[in-house]
Design a protein around this ligand. Structure first.
Ligand SMILES: NC(=O)c1ccc[n+]([C@@H]2O[C@H](COP(=O)([O-])OP(=O)(O)OC[C@H]3O[C@@H](n4cnc5c(N)ncnc54)[C@H](OP(=O)(O)O)[C@@H]3O)[C@@H](O)[C@H]2O)c1
Length: 276
């Protein structure tokens, strides 16, 4: 069955490769990027490669929380329903560490943006039976400093990245509990895949970007994952494809998840009040 699929950060890396694979199957694909020209070029490239005209896209910088909220509204008006949302956009190295909202850019793009965007898009997902929400986690997961989450205590890039990915994973497990009608999976697509992010951060890679794109494809449309929710897929556990496995221990702590979600709501509220 043809699905409607939105992939954030699909102008490059594993998001783009997954979009190409899904487009070739005839699914209706919504791309997303932060650069309008790049998005248009990728859209044209994917239409050319797939012969699928049902490729469209949205542009927004996910480091800006208000812009992310507006993106959610724009998408809600443009699309009647959504079968699959892949929160893939992510950042590690950045010339600018702090966003205009005063957050570390890793926390903003990798955690707050998917949190806010998903909140806006849940009604679209709920219009479908068995909708899937796929959140891009990482093997790098580190306990969260709530001071750093709020931007009050700056961190090195690696720490902020790892904390943002654990936050995303904890929130994924929380969502799976409160939203039983949506299948929520957090996935480590594989470590040091050959993408811009990894080239900029490490200057070397361990695996092809296809390894990550292939698992995103499977999680999005394979029947195998039709009934799975509240789990962490670890694509490092296997040469070509991984298995479900344990996330960081904090992702299973009800108390820590509650503290994270309360802190997240407080930070989002204070930023939106400041923006009014
Ligand atoms: N590669 C790995 O080994 C690896 C391992 C674990 C997890 N992951 C996760 O997998 C996801 C994809 O990573 P990747 O390796 O494919 O990275 P990538 O090649 O750098 O692609 C990242 C995508 O996110 C977009 N993006 C970055 N900052 C943005 C912002 N502020 N607003 C909107 N879009 C933004 C990029 O846009 P541009 O095209 O404009 O740059 C690009 O489309 C990330 O969440 C990453 O953390 C990757």
């Amino acid at each position: 069955m043809k699905k409607t699929i939105l992939i954030t950060g699909s102008t490059d890396g594993i998001g783009k490769l997954a979009a190409i694979k899904l487009a070739k199957d005839g699914h209706e694909i919504y791309l997303h990027g932060r650069n309008a020209e790049k998005l248009e070029a990728v859209k044209a490239e994917i239409i050319g490669l797939s012969n699928n005209e049902n490729i469209n896209g949205f542009v927004e910088d996910l480091s800006d929380l208000e812009a992310t909220r507006q993106l959610g509204e724009e998408i809600s008006k443009a699309i009647p329903k959504l079968d699959v949302l892949i929160n893939n956009a992510g950042i590690f190295k950045s010339p600018v560490a702090t966003t205009k909202d005063g957050l570390d850019i890793r926390f903003a793009v990798n955690y707050f943006a998917p949190y806010l965007l998903t909140e806006k898009l849940i009604p679209l997902l709920k219009k479908e039976s068995k909708p899937r929400l796929i959140n891009l986690s990482s093997a790098a997961q580190a306990p969260i400093s709530l001071e750093s989450l709020s931007g009050k205590s700056p961190l090195p890039a690696q720490s902020a990245y790892a904390q943002s990915k654990l936050a995303l994973t904890m929130w994924s497990f929380y969502l799976a509990k409160i939203l039983p009608e949506v299948n929520v999976i957090a996935v480590n697509p594989g470590s040091l895949l050959n993408t811009n992010m990894v080239r900029e951060a490490y200057g070397r890679h361990w695996s092809s970007a296809d390894k990550g794109a292939n698992i995103l494809y499977d999680l999005a449309v394979s029947e195998e994952f039709e009934k799975v929710t509240g789990k962490y897929f670890d694509n490092d556990k296997g040469e070509t494809r991984g298995t479900f496995g344990p996330a960081h221990a904090d992702a299973y702590s009800v108390v820590k998840i509650e503290k994270l979600i309360n802190a997240t709501k407080g930070i989002i509220n204070s930023i939106s009040e400041a923006n009014e």
